[in-house]
Design a binder for this molecule. Structure first.
Ligand code: FES
Length: 154
C-alpha cells in the first residue's frame, strides 16, 4: 500500500524535533491513527521521509506492541496482561475470548469484526481485570460481562 502524509503534516512533525529521525515514533503513530495499521509501504514512506534506514523503521514497528502490521477488525479488544489484571482474572478473560472468538492473540475474525490483542497496564489496576474495546475501558471485567458487551455490538 502506498501511503503519504501531506507536506504540511510532515512539516508539523519535523518542526517538533531537532533531528528528523527523532520524529519516527510520532510519524508512525499518525500513520496508524490514519489507516489503522502500518503496512510495508508506510514503513518505506516513513524511512524515506525521515532519512532513516528502512530496517530500523521495521524494527521499531515490530518492537512496539502498540503498532500493528495488519489492519485491525472493526472492534479492537485489548486485554491487559500486566500483573494486577493477570492475578485477578485477566487470564480467564483472555482464555474465554480466545475460545469465544476462535482467535489467538493478534488475530482478526474472518468477518473482520473483532481483533484480539493483549496490552500492558491500562492504568485501571484498582479495578482489575481490565479490558479495552475500541478505546472504552471495561473494569473490573468478567468473561460473562465481556460476552454480553460483544453480543450487543453491531
Ligand atoms: S495491571 Fe491491568 S490495568 Fe493495571
Amino acid at each position: 500500500m502506498n501511503f503519504q502524509l501531506s507536506e504540511e503534516e510532515v512539516q508539523q512533525i519535523l518542526a517538533r524535533y531537532p533531528h528528523p529521525s527523532a520524529a519516527l515514533l510520532p510519524m508512525l503513530r499518525l500513520i496508524q491513527g490514519r489507516i489503522g495499521y502500518i503496512p510495508p509501504g508506510a514503513e518505506v514512506y516513513a524511512a524515506e521521509t525521515l532519512g532513516v534506514d528502512p530496517v530500523r523503521v521495521h524494527e521499531v514497528v515490530t518492537f512496539y506492541s502498540a503498532f500493528r502490521e495488519k489492519p485491525a477488525g472493526r472492534y479492537l479488544i485489548l486485554v491487559c496482561e500486566s500483573i494486577s489484571c493477570s492475578l485477578s482474572g485477566g487470564e480467564n478473560i483472555l482464555s474465554f475470548l480466545k475460545d469465544y472468538l476462535k482467535l489467538d492473540v493478534g488475530e482478526t475474525t474472518e468477518d473482520r469484526r473483532f481483533t484480539l490483542e493483549t496490552t500492558e497496564c491500562l492504568a485501571q489496576c484498582e479495578r482489575s481485570p481490565a479490558v479495552m474495546i475500541n478505546g472504552e475501558i471495561h473494569a473490573p471485567a468478567t468473561p460473562d460481562e465481556v460476552e454480553k458487551i460483544l453480543s450487543e455490538l453491531a
